[in-house]
Write a protein that binds this ligand. Structure first.
Ligand code: AMP
Ligand code: ZN
Length: 116
C-alpha cells in the first residue's frame, strides 16, 4: 500500500508534514517545493503507484480523480480561465524524479509548446 522509502507516501501517511491544498479520501495535493510556474501543484493518489507503467486497468477511476482534482484546484488557484498545464512524467527520459505517480498542475504564466 505504502512504500517506506517513498517521499510522497510519507506525505500521505503524515510521517512528513506538508500543507495540502486539496484532500479527499483517495487524492492529495500540495505545492511543489521547486515551482516552475506561479502556481505549481502536485496531485497524487494516497496509495503508492511508482510510475504510469504500474497503473492497473482497475486504477482507472483513481487516475481519473487526479484529473478531476486538477480541474477543481485550477479553479481554486484562479488559473482555470486563462489556462493551465497538466503533466505526468514517466521514468528517467521524461524527467521523473519521485517514483510515486503525480500530476503536475502548472498555471499563472504562458507555456511553450513543444515542451523541453
Ligand atoms: P517529477 O520530476 O515529475 O518526478 O516531479 C517531482 C517533483 O517533486 C519535482 O517538481 C520536485 O520539485 C518535487 N518535490 C521534490 N521534493 C519535494 C518536497 N519535499 N515537497 C514538494 N515537492 C517536492
Ligand atoms: Zn509512494
Amino acid at each position: 500500500m505504502n512504500e517506506p522509502d517513498c517521499l510522497f507516501c510519507k506525505f500521505a501517511t503524515g510521517k512528513i508534514p506538508v500543507n495540502f491544498v486539496y484532500e479527499t479520501e483517495h487524492v492529495l495535493a500540495f505545492r511543489d517545493i521547486n515551482p516552475q510556474a506561479p502556481s505549481h501543484i502536485l496531485i497524487i493518489p494516497r496509495r503508492h503507484i511508482a510510475t504510469i507503467n504500474e497503473i492497473e486497468d482497475s486504477d482507472a477511476e483513481l487516475v481519473g480523480m487526479l484529473v478531476t482534482a486538477a480541474r477543481d484546484i485550477a479553479k481554486q488557484e484562479g488559473t482555470d480561465t486563462a489556462g493551465f498545464r497538466v503533466t505526468m512524467n514517466c521514468n528517467k527520459a521524461a524527467g521523473q524524479s519521485v517514483f510515486h505517480v503525480h500530476l503536475h498542475l502548472l498555471g499563472g504564466r504562458k507555456f511553450a509548446w513543444p515542451p523541453g
